[in-house]
Design a protein around this ligand. Structure first.
Ligand code: TYD
Length: 211
């Protein structure tokens, strides 16, 4: 039996302040009302061990962490998450929705940090070979627009300290990915109001016969 045919794995991606949390809340409400069996999760994290790894990665005191170690920690948290949570749920026929996943590693580590796509694919080989998303929704809004809307970055968080140039590179990375994986990654115009953005998401889910 081909287990990969069961369930559905959807990831949500975007730059900081792209409105991801708002859309995730709307999607959760929508899926609850439509009566489908679903699981919501996030990266880095999603399981107790992966959440511990998340704390190390996002700790504002860990300024000495090198880019390679960071990429490996994301990949490590991801394997645990896949084996413990994502694949079991998907194989039970559930819709798994994940806040960030491997495209965050491509956009942030490969493109923005400059590790390159081959390095990041290499450390993520388990995810690449066993658990690629069926659909990725990319909330497309430039970091300039996103930060203006958010009213500035949060202080203290190690990654939020990176500055606008870093986030521009992240955004360009996502645009490249959306172009390279145009079947899997769907761009959602995230400059619109929250309801209009969500309408676009529902349209895609209907088109793909997920709901
Ligand atoms: P989080 O506070 O959850 O941010 P957001 O609300 O923007 O999702 O922090 C997650 C951070 O981790 C975010 O800055 C992106 C980064 N990240 C990577 O750099 N690589 C990855 O593979 C993942 C999953 C996240």
């Amino acid at each position: 039996m081909d287990m990969s045919k069961k369930g559905y794995f959807i990831t949500l991606e975007g730059c900081e302040g792209s409105g991801k949390s708002t859309q995730l809340k709307k999607l959760e409400e929508f899926l609850k009302n439509s009566g489908v069996d679903f699981v919501f999760t996030r990266e880095p994290g999603g399981t107790p061990i992966a959440e511990q790894i998340r704390k190390i990665i996002l700790d504002g005191n860990n300024t000495a962490m090198c880019d390679e170690a960071e990429a490996l920690l994301y990949a490590s948290s991801r394997v645990q998450h896949i084996k413990e949570k994502i694949l079991p749920a998907k194989n039970q026929g559930k819709i798994v929705v994940c806040d960030r996943y491997i495209d965050s590693s491509f956009a942030y580590q490969a493109y923005a940090r400059g590790l390159g796509i081959e390095f990041v694919k290499g450390v993520n080989v388990y995810a690449v070979e066993n658990c690629m998303p069926d659909l990725t929704l990319f909330l497309d809004i430039s970091p300039e627009d996103a930060f203006a809307r958010k009213g500035g970055a949060d202080e203290g968080d190690r990654l939020e300290q990176s500055g606008i140039n870093f986030h521009k590179k992240v955004y360009e990375g996502y645009k490249t990915l959306a172009n390279d994986y145009s079947q899997r990654i769907v761009c959602i115009d995230a400059k619109k109001g929250a309801d209009e953005v969500f309408d676009q998401i529902v349209k895609v889910l209907k088109e793909r016969e997920i709901i």
